[in-house]
Design a protein around this ligand. Sequence first.
Ligand code: ATP
Length: 378
Amino acid sequence: MANLRLINITKFFGTVPAVSDVNLEVTDGEFIVLVGPSGCGKSTLLRLIAGLETDHAGEIIIDGNNINHVPPKNRDIAMVFQNYALYPHMTVYQNMAFGLKMRKISKEEIDNRVLEAAKILKLQDLLNRKSKALSGGQQQRVALGRAIVRKPKLFLFDEPLSNLDAKLRVAMRGELIKLHKKLGTTMIYVTHDQVEAMSMGDRLVVLHEGKVQQIGKPLGIYEHPANLFVAGFIGSPPMNLFHCKIRKDAQRFTIVTDDFELTLPDTFLQVIKSSNLPDNRVILGVRPEDIHEMRPEICPPLKQQISARIEYIEPLGSEVFATCTSGKHEFIVRFSAKTDIHPDQKIKLVIDMERSCFFHPTKENELTMNNNESGDLS
Ligand code: ATP
C-alpha cells in the first residue's frame, strides 16, 4: 500500500519534452488511470515511477520518501507490460516464482504466494503448463500473477490488455477491478482507450503532449471537460462543439449561430457575464445524449428549435448515433435503440442547455466560476 506524489516531473528525450511539469497525488489504495493519445507521455511517466527511466527533473515521492535515486529493484513496485514479458519455456509456476527465487525467498513462502495468486487468478489448473502454450488471456493472467506474488506497494500497468481481443479485454477489465478491490493496493494504469479509462479508474489523469490536461473522477471529467482537447478525447462519440456568439437583448442573453438560437439558462448567466469573451464569441459543448428530438412536452420557441437533417446513422444495438447537419453545423445525436429515424429525414431537435458546457474561443478552457477573468460583456 502506498501514497505517491509526483512533483513537477519533467523528462526530455534529446530536446523533446516527453513529460512536462506533471504534478499528481495518488492516495493509498486508489486506482488511477493515465489516459491520452499515442505519444502523450503515459508510458514515460509510468517508467519514471518504476525507475526504468531516469534523468528527470522534479521529485517522485512514495510514502513521504523521495525515491529519485532508488534503483528499480528497491522501489517495491511491480509493473505489468503490454507484451506480458513471460519466459516461454518456463511453466506458469516457474514464471510466477522466478522473481521471488531471485530474492532468495524460502521455497515454502514461494509456494504459498504462487498458490494464493493462482487461486485469485484461476490459474490453479495451468501451473505446470509452459507459458508458450497459453492463450493471450491466460498469459496476461500469469503476468498479473507474477506481479501479485511480489506483494508490492504499488502496481503499474502499461496497456496490459491491448493485445487481447475485444471480448476478453472487457472481461479482463472486470477481473482487474475485482483484483484491485481484493488487494486494496495502489494501482496506476496506462491506456489510450478512453472507454477503458472511464470504466476502470477511481480517477483519471488526462495527458496531452506530455502535459496534464485534467485530473478527476471519470463522470466529472465527462460532464465538465477542462478544455476542448478533453472534450474531444473523453466520450465516444466526442462532445459536439458549436462556435457561437452571445447576444444581449433587453435582459436576456441569447446564444446565436448562423443556423439557430438558444436561450442562455440562468445557471450560466454569471459565468458568461464575467468571462472575458473576445467579440462575445463562445464555444458551446453538448454531448450527443443531450440533444433530443422535439416532442410536444419539450417544445421550445420556434427559433430555439434546430431544424436538422439526418445524414447517416450508426445502429449499435443498445442505441443509435445519428450524424445530423443544420446549415453548416454537423453534430452527432444519440437516439434510443427503438427510434425509427432514417437517413435524409428532416427532424426538429432541442438542446438540453442545462447540461451544456461553454469554452473560451481562443484559450479553449471550460468557462466556470472558478477560472473566469473579470470582464464585461457588452
Ligand atoms: P503510446 O500510447 O504510443 O505508447 P505514450 O503516451 O506512452 O504513447 P511515450 O511512449 O511516453 O508516449 O512517449 C512520449 C514521447 O516521448 C513521444 O514523443 C515519444 O516519441 C518520445 N519517446 C519515448 N521514449 C523515447 C526514447 N527512448 N527516446 C526518444 N524519444 C522517446
